[in-house]
Design a protein around this ligand. Structure first.
Ligand code: DX5
Ligand code: ZN
Length: 244
């Protein structure tokens, strides 16, 4: 049985008081700290770079769970590993080959359009660099990328299923992603499955029942008047759904 872990997403914290905010969730029982990195190319927003990660590394003992929403992750994973990441998530869409990259009407989501979706060299380099640095290796997928695109699921420690369009906190959980989480769980009974985007006390049970065991929560934890209570409840609900 997979253990349930709660990962508050720092994007939703008060950035003027990052140190206090980190301590608030650490004291509140968080298992890890989710850190979103955005490059204004893969997503239409910017967030957190290596300097922030190395500062965070000094502020907390919690594992730093990095979520790289960036193009060309193979060029940056070593720097984020050296800055103090414990786990590094790159996006499958960000190592797609040039032919497979088709910008959709939103202008920033990438879609699986042909059988060999990947630039194999970049995919391998990304995974191998994360491994060589001794970090947990994870892959993220956007709401419209199929579970089946992750034919390399056995090479990663964790899959991150986005339940919002990446780029912003505070969006609504996309329910139609839940069956995909169940498919991922079927594809691998052992991989950790992280759910990220709009997760709160009303939908965490559905995600956990489908198989998610690592729960990212930004707004629902940091905007809660009782962050510790919310972390505890998220853990209890998800744990029950896993029969723990
Ligand atoms: C969105 C980020 C999420 C976000 C989650 O692109 O990957 O980690 O911070 O925040 P909430 O829980 O507010 O959706
Ligand atoms: Zn994230």
């Amino acid at each position: 049985m997979k253990s349930v872990r709660i990962a508050p997403s720092l994007l939703a914290a008060d950035h003027g008081r990052l140190k206090d905010e980190v301590q608030r969730v650490e004291a509140g029982g968080a298992d890890m700290l989710h850190v979103d990195v955005m490059d204004a190319h893969f997503v239409p927003n910017l967030a957190f770079g290596t300097d922030t990660v190395s500062t965070l590394r000094k502020l907390t003992k919690l594992p730093l769970d990095l979520h790289l929403m960036i193009m060309d992750p193979e060029k940056y994973v070593a720097a984020f590993a050296d800055a103090g990441a414990d786990s590094i998530t790159f996006h499958a869409e960000a190592v797609a080959n040039d032919y497979a990259r088709k910008y959709k009407d939103r202008g920033w989501s990438l879609q699986l359009v042909c059988k060999d979706f990947y630039d194999r060299g970049r995919l391998d380099r990304t995974i191998e660099t994360i491994r060589a640095k001794g970090k947990k290796c994870c892959v993220g997928i956007n709401p419209d990328t199929a579970a089946e695109a992750l034919e390399f699921i056995d090479r990663v420690d964790m899959v991150l299923a986005m339940t919002v369009w990446p780029g912003f906190g505070g969006q609504k959980f996309i329910d139609s992603v839940v069956p995909k989480i169940a498919r991922l769980r079927k594809m691998s009974p052992t991989v950790d499955i992280e759910v990220d985007g709009g997760v709160d006390l009303t939908n965490v049970e559905r995600a956990a029942r489908a198989g998610a065991n690592v729960i990212v929560a930004g707004t629902s934890v940091f905007h809660s008047p009782d962050a510790a209570g919310t972390i505890r409840e998220l853990r209890e609900i998800a744990g029950r759904a896993h029969g723990l």
